[in-house]
Write a protein that binds this ligand. Structure first.
Ligand SMILES: CC(C)(COP(=O)(O)OP(=O)(O)OC[C@H]1O[C@@H](n2cnc3c(N)ncnc32)[C@H](O)[C@@H]1OP(=O)(O)O)[C@@H](O)C(=O)NCCC(=O)NCCS
Length: 152
């Protein structure tokens, strides 16, 4: 069974998972970020780092009418240990985060699937499964880079 819970930024298991995903990456201690950890049994299996104060709407054609008080929820990292992939861990983390975003009255959930080729298809498929789609950039010549799920 997959259990998802909120973790403190200093939580050792959370830090270890973030390090596995991006060596050198540290959990922020500013309080802006929230951390979710997923466990299978007692085994740490995945981590999500995000926040609920995203406001950079001006680059997106369908969202540039939003102002700085229209806060969105941003997923900055999502990582599942290779041994635990394809068992629904990322699904469980995203479900938790999106529900929290709704509770926080976020206007949208935003994610930037890393451009790095390896695994990009999985990242995009995962986001699409949860309703996120690439948003049109304001400038027609830019490639879409952010995926968005509007909540209101
Ligand atoms: C992308 C990642 C988070 C998926 O984690 P996961 O726990 O294996 O994903 P889940 O088992 O919950 O799968 C959920 C959905 O994601 C998509 N997905 C996951 N792995 C996939 C793969 N290898 N190929 C295609 N789609 C995939 C599918 O839509 C899947 O739904 P389905 O099982 O109904 O088909 C994981 O592979 C990972 O940590 N990769 C490295 C880090 C990374 O790319 N993070 C993304 C944020 S930048």
């Amino acid at each position: 069974m997959i259990i998802v819970e909120r973790a403190e930024p200093g939580d050792p298991a959370t830090r270890a998972l973030l390090q596995e995903w991006k060596p050198g990456k540290k959990a922020s201690t500013t309080g802006r970020f929230l951390y979710l950890i997923a466990r299978i049994g007692t085994e740490p299996a995945g981590v999500l780092e995000g926040h609920h104060d995203y406001g950079s709407w001006s680059d997106l054609k369908d969202y540039c009418h939003l102002g700085e008080n229209d806060l969105g929820s941003y997923i900055s990292s999502l990582y599942v240990r290779p041994a635990h992939r394809r068992q629904g861990v990322a699904d469980a983390l995203l479900d938790w985060f999106i529900e929290d975003a709704r509770q926080e009255r976020s206007v949208a959930v935003v994610a930037h699937p890393d451009e790095e080729g390896r695994g990009r298809g999985a990242r995009i498929a995962l986001n699409q499964k949860h309703g996120l789609e690439f948003a049109r950039p304001l400038e027609a010549w830019d490639e879409p880079w952010l995926m968005v799920l509007p909540l209101s």
